[in-house]
Write a protein that binds this ligand. Structure first.
Ligand SMILES: [Zn+2]
Length: 185
């Protein structure tokens, strides 16, 4: 009752509650509480650790929390998968050229949504429902370690990323909270 189920690809069953209510009004209340004892007054625009993190948008990962970072210490750039796309390059170029960051950390993770879909089936689904086949890549992958390595290589090959001496890639285990380094051998 009240639940609509539909197929996403072949393997993933997603349910959508018809009783969904938007969150924004409640969150505005939380924000007023936050601002009442605002802890971040006076933080500088330039990240104090001079670093950027590129990570998946997964809701189980709080990047500041899992890395022990404080607000104001790092840029956090997120998208589905934590993939180095042209737009991530854009953000990193601004980060390096205008806000003096010199280190990049990539974080993918276990049980990523992008491991559950394939490029072709996802694009076919969209084309059949929306009438247009996406012109962008889904960037799905099977192994998060291989995916991190691929994305580190993209950074190293980019002519726009001029500071690439300090690039490291990790896979976050959503089961126990630990990071494991992915090495490009
Ligand atoms: Zn993910």
């Amino acid at each position: 009752m009240g639940m609509k189920a539909y197929r996403l690809g072949q393997n993933v069953q997603v349910t959508e509650s018809k009783a969904f209510r938007p969150n924004a009004d409640e969150l505005l209340g939380f924000n007023r509480d936050f601002a009442a004892s605002f802890p971040d007054e006076g933080l500088a625009l330039v990240p104090s650790r001079h670093m950027s993190v590129v990570a998946c948008m997964d809701s189980r990962m709080d990047i500041f929390q899992l890395l022990g970072l404080a607000h104001g210490e790092a840029h956090i750039i997120r998208n589905a998968g934590g993939v180095v796309t042209d737009d991530v390059i854009r953000s990193l170029v601004v980060s390096q050229r205008r806000m003096h960051t010199r280190e990049i950390i990539l974080i993918h993770h276990t049980d990523c949504g992008l491991q559950r879909v394939t490029e072709d089936e996802f694009k076919h689904e969209i084309e059949s429902e929306c009438g247009v086949r996406p012109w962008w890549a889904l960037e799905s992958f099977r192994d998060p370690y291989q995916s991190v390595v691929q994305n580190m290589r993209r950074l190293k090959l980019s002519p726009f990323i001029v500071h690439k001496e300090h690039v490291r890639g990790f896979v976050y285990d959503v089961g126990d909270g630990l990071l494991h380094e992915a090495c490009d051998d």
